[in-house]
Write a protein that binds this ligand. Structure first.
Ligand code: SF4
Ligand code: SF4
Length: 373
């Protein structure tokens, strides 16, 4: 696999401009046939985390998906589009609403391509991944450029978690809730799915307490592309102002030899990222800061440095999405809003990720506050 990636500027979602820049991303790497066989069947997987319009910066913009569709059509590919949004919780039928509001349904109608649900699955190794992976020759991965409360960033590797069929995502969260274990799960999925091409939509990115409504949209004006998801996440971390090895999925995938995790060994076509002068991203406040503490101190105080979801009742619409996605079933919906049983909570922040109203914040333990985390 080549650890060559491309970085291209694009300052709006104006359709003609996006298509031109997405083509540039691909052409800088040798053109679409370097990744995809003409006439093949291709599964395209954007990030459709929840039912929010593209302007929130949470989901892959339909114009980026459209540009990829046009490029694939030119080499006579059959295109299938789908994702497994987190909002599913226990209710698979909600995916239709996500497709509608994110603009993907309309796009697929306009472009005449098939839009599918990931409700049927097959066990691949130890994970139930969508059967559409088996029905397609290639996977094209279209993540969004965002911070993530649990994994620090969500880009090329993390986006593949949506290949896990429906409700089983909650099981994986429940059984692998510590960040290093969850990172291994994500890398296992990457190892299995291995997208042929990844293009990251970083035109409107998300910073702060991502990946959903608690994060803040930020105009970044970049598109990144390549086949090596480890290299892409490494460069993405650098652009965000994070040391790439702080991202546990990058570290684990590089350790397994699944891609290039050393910035100096990645060939970047297009923009010189050192000259972009991007202000560091505002990071999520949870595990990153704990992990940055010096070794011995971290081991002593770590058990006391806890973060919990905290309900902002004035914002809560009592929609119940958080209740549905909580893998520990420790959220109760009452008249005044939600109540969390903190004895059961594993701090996975699925509730925050699923909340459409930004009504779940992060509460720190007293020690975390005292030492300024
Ligand atoms: S309350 Fe939120 S953070 Fe706690 S286990 Fe449930 S979904 Fe995860
Ligand atoms: S906290 Fe958010 S997800 Fe939970 S019920 Fe309130 S608005 Fe819905």
């Amino acid at each position: 696999m080549s650890s060559q990636i491309s970085v291209v500027k694009c300052d709006s979602y104006e359709p003609v401009l996006v298509e031109q820049r997405v083509r540039q991303v691909v052409d800088l790497l040798g053109g679409i046939t370097s990744f995809i066989k003409p006439g093949s069947t291709v599964l395209v997987k954007p990030n459709l985390l929840m039912s929010k319009e593209p302007e929130y910066g949470i989901t892959t913009h339909p114009e980026v998906v459209r540009a990829v569709i046009h490029i694939l059509k030119e080499i006579n590919c059959k295109i299938i589009i789908g994702d497994g949004p987190s909002i599913w919780g226990r209710f698979i039928e909600n995916v239709d609403e996500v497709y509608e509001i994110t603009g993907i349904k309309k796009l697929c109608q306009e472009e005449g391509v098939e839009l599918v649900s990931f409700d049927k699955r097959r066990m691949r190794d130890k994970y139930p991944l969508t059967v559409w992976l088996d029905k397609c020759d290639h996977l094209v991965n279209l993540p969004k450029f965002k911070t993530h409360e649990l994994t620090l960033l969500t880009g090329a590797i993390k986006n593949l978690f949506g290949l896990v069929s429906g409700t089983y995502k909650l099981e994986l969260h429940k059984n692998n809730f510590a960040p290093p274990e969850f990172a291994k799960t994500l890398v296992d999925i990457y190892q299995d799915a291995r997208p042929a091409l990844t293009i990251i939509d970083g035109i409107l990115a998300l910073e702060g307490d991502g990946p959903a409504t608690s994060g803040k949209a930020r105009q970044l004006n970049l598109l990144l592309g390549g086949a090596d998801c480890v290299a892409l996440d490494t460069v993405m971390a650098k652009i965000m102002g994070i040391k790439p090895q702080e991202v546990l999925t990058t570290k684990e995938a590089a350790r397994r030899g699944l891609g290039e995790g050393q910035l100096s060994k990645i060939k970047i076509q297009g923009e010189d990222i050192e000259k972009l002068e991007i202000k560091p991203f505002v990071l999520p406040i949870t595990s990153v800061k704990i992990n940055r503490l010096a070794g011995p101190l971290k081991n002593i105080v770590k058990p006391l440095l806890r973060y919990y979801p905290y309900s902002l009742r004035a914002k809560c619409t009592r929609c119940g999405h958080c209740v549905n996605v909580c893998p520990k079933k420790c959220i109760t919906l009452k008249k005044r809003g939600i109540f969390v049983d903190y004895k059961q909570c594993i701090a996975c922040f699925c509730c925050q990720e699923a909340c459409p109203a930004a009504a779940i914040a992060v509460k720190k333990s007293i020690l975390a506050k005292l030492i300024g985390l």
